[in-house]
Design a protein. Structure first.
Length: 428
């Protein structure tokens, strides 16, 4: 390595060992572990020609190819952003100022990153919310897409249209006609496999097992998805699993998330191939917001198996979810609920639950709401006047935590704030 200007020896050493903090430059990594930052000069005509770099002090350095491990060209504005993000004050003002700096320099992704950090410190920061495209809907800040979705709209070719309009656009007459053809066929085959004629049952099974036309999915779903016969529902999953492409994914996820039979929902998840996961993951992320905790837990478990980092923010937000449960209590002796010492919602008068059925008691026990057990009252002693009350319960979702641990190899417990802070650092 040669310098074209005379420099003290200590400067040469600093060029090799420069840490990079606060520096805007291209980078040359040397085989001896040293590092040079500056502006690359010209383009070498031969592969073995020396590389020229104008250092930050203005010196022109010539480096032999044999001394170089690799050369990396960097956008100077991006490099400056990295330097500023390392030194920024961890305050609302600091991150907002850096976000504005990014806006002026048209660093879109970096600006969004800083705006998210502003919201972590001040969730009600209006300018940051607007910068992220959030709007207020029913007194709550949310992305515009979420607000429009709640109103029944979807985005299609940069326009907001109703889901019904989208369905009409996507389902043209030719496709609809192709789907309708399958309804009588599926109905006949279904009659065969549930009938008493052994020959017909065998023929019907063969017809279903060989079916691969995705246009048959609507007919299959209509006639078989929720059939009372468990064997029919399992056959339905097998048929979907044999079909190619992405169209079977939605139907498979519907049974995975909502079927009551473990045999059905386990097979439905197993039938989703790796090349179909890109379609499944966004639908599973949406399911994390479902009112049913069972659906939330199943969606999280599937996301953990698929291992997509795309799902991490939604999983973090779903570590603890609130769900409503209806129970019956005596109208004359209302039972009140409050927060227990462990942070869960529990009964203020522990030890008894009056007016609850066995199924309701079982549900409360699963949620950890009966730490003192329950007392069974003879039927003739149950008060006649009962009322239904809605109980809101905050549930720590173990399946969500397990999914996060699988995807990130981290265990930060159920502390959403710690997870969000870690994720923000990880993304940068």
């Amino acid at each position: 390595m040669r310098l074209s200007t005379s420099l003290p020896a200590f400067f040469l050493f600093s060029c090799f060992m420069m840490s990079g903090d606060g520096v805007v430059a291209d980078v040359i990594r040397l085989k001896n572990g040293g590092e040079l930052r500056g502006q690359l000069e010209g383009i070498a005509k031969a592969e073995d020609a020396p590389v020229l770099m104008r250092t930050l002090s203005g010196a022109l350095v010539e480096i032999e190819r044999s001394e170089i491990d690799y050369v990396q060209r960097r956008n100077q504005v991006l490099e400056e952003y990295v330097s500023q993000s390392r030194a920024v004050d961890q305050t609302v003002e600091g991150h907002w100022a850096l976000a504005e700096w990014c806006r002026i320099r048209r660093l879109k992704e970096q600006r969004l990153e800083q705006l998210e950090l502003v919201l972590e410190l001040d969730p009600d920061h209006k300018e940051a919310r607007r910068g992220l495209g959030h709007v207020q809907h029913h007194g709550k800040w949310m992305p515009r897409e979420e607000m429009m979705a709640q109103r029944g709209y979807v985005k299609h070719k940069n326009k907001w249209i109703t889901t019904q309009e989208l369905a009409l656009i996507e389902k043209n007459t030719q496709q609809r006609e192709a789907e309708l053809v399958w309804y009588p066929k599926v109905r006949v085959w279904l009659g065969w496999i549930t009938g008493n004629d052994a020959y017909r049952r065998n023929e019907g099974s063969k017809a279903f097992e060989s079916l691969q036309d995705v246009d048959a999915i609507p007919a299959l779903a209509k006639l078989m998805a929720t059939h009372e016969n468990l064997s029919v529902r399992i056959l339905y999953i097998r048929v979907l699993g044999n079909m190619p492409g992405q169209r079977p994914v939605k139907a498979l996820l519907d049974r995975y998330l909502f079927d009551n039979s473990e045999a059905v929902w386990r097979q439905a998840l197993a039938s989703i191939d790796s090349d179909q996961e890109s379609t499944a993951i966004p639908q599973l992320i949406s399911a994390l917001r479902n009112d049913s905790n069972n659906v939330v837990q199943r969606a999280a478990a599937a996301l953990g198996e698929m291992g997509s980092e795309e799902a991490v923010p939604a999983l973090i937000s779903s570590l603890v979810t609130t769900h409503k449960y209806k129970i019956q209590v005596p109208d004359s002796q209302p039972i009140s609920f409050g927060s227990t010492a462990g942070g869960q919602v529990g009964m203020m008068n522990p030890g008894q639950v009056s007016g609850a059925t066995a199924i309701q008691l079982q549900a409360l026990a699963r949620l950890g709401q009966l730490p003192h057990g329950a007392q069974v009252i003879p039927f003739h002693n149950v008060p006649k006047n009962m009322k239904t009350v809605t109980l809101k319960v905050d549930i720590k979702n173990q399946a969500v935590l397990t999914a996060l641990e699988k995807i990130t190899d981290k265990n930060l417990g159920f502390n959403e704030r710690d997870w969000h802070l870690w994720w923000s650092v990880y993304k940068t």
